[in-house]
Design a protein around this ligand. Sequence first.
Ligand code: KMH
Ligand code: ZN
Length: 285
Amino acid sequence: MEPLIVTVAAVGAEVMPHQTPHLPVTPDQLAATAAHCRDAGASIIHVHCRNDDGSNTSDPARFAAAYDAIRARTDIVVQFTTGGAIGMTGAERAAPLALRPEMATLTCGTVNFGDDVFENGFPLMREILAEMAANGVVPELEIFDAGHLANAKRLAAEGALPLPQHVDFVLGVPGAMEASVRNLSFLVDALPPGCTWSVAGVGRDQLPLAAVAIAMGGHVRVGLEDNIYYARGRLARNDELVARVVRIAAELGRPVAEPDDARRLLRIPVKSVGFSPTGKRPVAL
Ligand code: KMH
Ligand code: ZN
């Protein structure tokens, strides 16, 4: 089986610092989390940015500071969010793409998100994809519901989205597709040919779906964005969630990907990265 890519979704937009002391808020905290998670076996960090007070921001300056701080400490693949937070405009969500991260997410459709609506209409998806293409950013397709896969196929048919891509199934968001093995299996069967996939189960479903994905040959996303508990009543650190997945993978005989393995598997140009000990983010290929 391919080596297992473990993504750490370290912060997200919904969890607030009063809920857990382990949420990385500042660029330095994000970089420390990235380094600890890399040591534990993560090969990708999914990045949202916060202001010092914990509120969400899409300010490219904050993303640049986070990117530089992470790159100064580790060679992990850096994946920016373009989902941002509910209430951000499309332009705000797309703005950090100008920094040319190696990878960024694209949510493939509108979906209920708790009591909110996470809006991702076709014009916005096309706009984000065009911005990604202009900046050489590799997309990861976020699939919250079955219709999102159909949307991705429509975008591909009209030429806006080259396939295959890496697809992340986010299962268990209230208002979207439930986290179950049956749903995961259905989605995997519906993937366009050649796509790689990972699963991010929300809340208590994070661990069982991770274990299933390891056995199925898929990849795994864990982290505080989707789940703040290690066990009932016990808050988690990001690196502990990564380490547990790596232990399960070892028991199942699945090797774990280094960041450059992940780049190779996900079609990210390795030469674009180059760990820089000076901490300077490589913006030119
Ligand atoms: N915060 C959610 C509304 C992504 O990062 O690509 C959207 C989200 C998706 O987190
Ligand atoms: Zn996210």
